[in-house]
Design a protein around this ligand. Structure first.
Ligand code: C2E
Ligand code: MG
Ligand code: MG
Length: 656
């Protein structure tokens, strides 16, 4: 029960009650204020968290940093009410931040001068807000722009109505890749939550930058050659496809140069892969330099950048858009030859290379990139076949010749399958009074189903190049051995006549050649002395030690060996002494020219040499009695030629 105090006057009691009420009101107001601030802070925190959530979601969806930064600027400015946000990209060396032309502005009209200055901004370390981030890698706060001394951008910001600004870093771990800067017209109140959210946003954007960088690295790897750093075939195909589309639209002259190094394989084989790699890298740099020097004038006129790609071991392709003329391309190729022929220092020595260049140009037509590449390749092979440092521009004739060749190649395969070949035999006679036959040379003919009888000049080279010679050569050797056995049976009482068999380069150079000969001899049961293997000079000197070993081996079994077309190659006479040949065949070209003193002295020298190393000599291509007589006088023992008998089928050739 409340005690009634009669001593207090009613007024005093009222005053006391009023004071009490006032105290209670103040306490209540204080409590309410505390509760409201708590709520407000909570709300504010939730807003920052929601912003971070939105930016994180957006960043997760972005594949490009620029997209993610654009989104982040918008979100941040929308949440905070800051009037301007801008993104800068940091250079690879980390020494320059350049405006990425990604910005957000509210009230763009009045901000125009500031926006313009922002678009082209480039700052170095320590220069203003962004420069501060660039040098320290941390956020930089400028909450009173009006009092920032010596900051040009701050002055401009103040003129544009901003009072505060700050910049935050975008980091991949500790590496600064971009900077976001913000400006506000109202004061910025920095608190822990805001700082932490902005820091987190920088981190999230950094993740996007890292993903983009990894992706770019993978893409680069997939499109570039790891050794030389040049584009690869895939890259070339992509760029060429774009160039072709432009060519179709504008009719500009588009050219592809296929470049193949001569002599690269030898360097790789003899000096090792490290030397080979050095050569390839040096070649790549030389190509790039030459392209820069010769094709730069084109670029100045607005043409696209020429591309050089490595498309195979020692094969490179240059893509040129807007080549002014065929002359220009030839001139460019000459420059390439000059640059590529300069020696390259490798592992203490020097490598000397040359290149073959094939050019395919499309002017009006609509080829595919594959066609264009094939044409350039074809022209390059043609250039290769013409010797060192040659250039060939693809032409329709070259294309037609190739088409014919392809057809022949296919027919040749079928011919081997169906055995459309036959051997003709040309007698080899002794240059004595009786001109008696001592043997025959087996010469292959192709009974072509529509073209009739084809001579080896029309197909042997193709068979060699497409690898069919191994099969054809195997058949020829076997057939010649069987024919020799039949010949021996035909004339059991006459001295044995031999059959000379031509051996092609790939056949002789195959590692199992001697073994194949042995097996054929055994299978056919021929007397080995009846078989003479003819190889040409160039084949014999390709690897003289090996040639000597193989010839020695077959001679041990009784097989004879003959050096064909002597005088057409480059072999020195000293080489000849080291190689175990029984016979030397003087090439037809000397016999043709026997009336000249020069040819006679050459033949005389060959005879002297042959006699000194105990070689029998057969002269080829005797077409007149006079030639036979002259050769006999020069001491030549044997001859072969139309005068004594043309190559003919077995039954005719062996008839007498
Ligand atoms: P080769 O081995 O020097 O053969 C001699 C060539 O000269 C033959 O041409 C022959 O018909 C020709 N010939 C012979 N006497 C005369 C003559 O008095 N005047 C003229 N103008 N030519 C004469 P063929 O049969 O066309 O063979 C050409 C070349 O093809 C051969 O030159 C040889 O290198 C190659 N060859 C021929 N048969 C075979 C073979 O079975 N296997 C291999 N791998 N190559 C062969
Ligand atoms: Mg021959
Ligand atoms: Mg010959």
């Amino acid at each position: 029960m409340t005690q009634f105090s009669p001593s207090l006057e009613p007024e005093a009691r009222l005053a006391r009650l009023a004071r009490q009420l006032d105290r209670e009101r103040q306490a209540r107001a204080q409590a309410e204020a505390i509760a409201e601030k708590g709520l407000r802070d909570l709300y504010e925190n939730q807003q920052w968290l929601a912003l971070l959530q939105r930016v994180t979601d957006g960043a997760n969806r972005s594949t490009r940093l620029t997209d993610a930064m654009r989104m982040a600027l918008e979100e941040i400015c929308a949440k905070t009410g800051w009037a301007f946000g801008n993104a800068l990209l940091v250079s690879e060396e980390g020494t320059l931040a350049v405006g990425a032309d990604i910005w957000f502005a509210e009230g763009e009209g009045s901000l125009l001068p500031f926006v313009e200055a922002t678009r082209t901004i480039a700052v170095g370390p320590g220069e203003g807000m962004a420069g501060d981030v660039l040098s320290r890698g941390q956020a930089s706060w400028h909450l009173d722009l009006a009092n920032e001394a010596g900051c040009e951008r701050c002055t401009l910001a103040v003129q544009s109505g901003f009072t505060a600004g700050f910049a935050i870093p975008v980091l991949i771990r500790s590496e600064l890749v971009a900077i976001l800067e913000f400006f506000s017209r109202t004061p910025i109140r920095v608190d822990e939550q805001m700082q932490s959210t902005l820091h987190q946003i920088g981190v999230q954007l950094g993740y996007v930058a890292e993903r983009e960088r990894n992706r770019a690295a993978l893409l680069h790897e997939a499109r570039h050659d790891a050794l030389t750093g040049l584009g690869n075939r895939k890259h070339l195909a992509e760029l060429a496809a774009g160039a072709l589309t432009r060519h179709w639209q504008t009719g500009s002259r588009l050219a592809l140069l296929a470049i193949d190094l001569d002599g690269f394989k030898a360097i790789n084989d003899s000096l090792g892969h490290h030397a080979g790699d050095t050569v390839l890298v040096a070649t790549a740099r030389r190509l790039e330099r030459c392209i820069g020097q010769v094709l730069r004038p084109l670029q100045d006129r607005g043409s696209s950048l020429p591309l050089v790609a490595r498309v195979g071991g020692d094969e490179f392709v240059v893509l040129v858009e807007d080549a002014p003329s065929a002359d220009f391309l030839n001139h460019f190729a000459e420059n390439l030859h000059e640059v590529l022929a300069q020696p390259i220092n490798v592992d203490g020595g020097q490598a000397e290379l040359a290149a073959a260049i094939g050019i395919a140009v499309c002017i009006r037509d609509r080829p595919t990139i594959d066609q264009l590449l094939r044409d350039a390749d074809l022209a390059m092979y043609e250039a290769k076949s013409r010797g060192r440092s040659q250039t060939v521009i693809f032409s329709s004739e070259l294309g037609e010749a190739t088409r014919q060749r392809r057809i022949l190649e296919a027919e040749l395969k079928e011919a081997i399958h169906k055995c459309q070949f036959v051997l003709h035999y040309q007698p080899i006679v002794a240059l004595d009074d009786g001109h008696h036959v001592v043997g025959y040379e087996a010469l292959v003919r192709w009974q072509h189903p529509s073209k009739g009888l084809l001579h080896p000049g029309e197909f042997i080279e193709i068979a060699e190049e497409c690898g069919l010679i191994t099969f054809l050569g195997g058949w020829i050797l076997e057939e010649a051995c069987r024919a020799a056995a039949r010949l021996a049976e035909l004339y059991p009482r006459k001295p044995l006549r031999f059959i000379s068999v031509n051996v092609a380069a790939p056949q002789f150079l195959a590692s199992n050649f001697a073994d194949r000969v042995r097996k054929t001899l055994m299978r056919t049961g021929v007397t080995p002395e009846q078989i003479r293997l003819e190889i040409t000079e160039s084949v014999a000197i390709a690897d003289p030690d090996r040639t000597a070993a193989v010839l020695q081996q077959v001679r041990e079994w009784g097989v004879q060996t003959s050096l064909d077309d002597f005088g057409t190659g480059y072999s020195s006479l000293s080489y000849l002494k080291q190689l175990p040949f029984d016979t030397l065949k003087i090439d037809r070209s000397f016999v043709n020219d026997l009336q000249s003193d020069k040819s006679q002295s050459i033949v005389q020298a060959i005879m002297d040499l042959a006699r000194s190393i105990d070689l029998k000599v057969v002269a080829e291509g005797i077409e007149t009695a006079g030639q036979g007589d002259t050769l006999a006088k020069l001491g030549c023992g044997y001859a072969q030629g139309y005068w004594f008998g043309r190559p003919s089928p077995e039954n005719e050739a062996f008839a007498s």
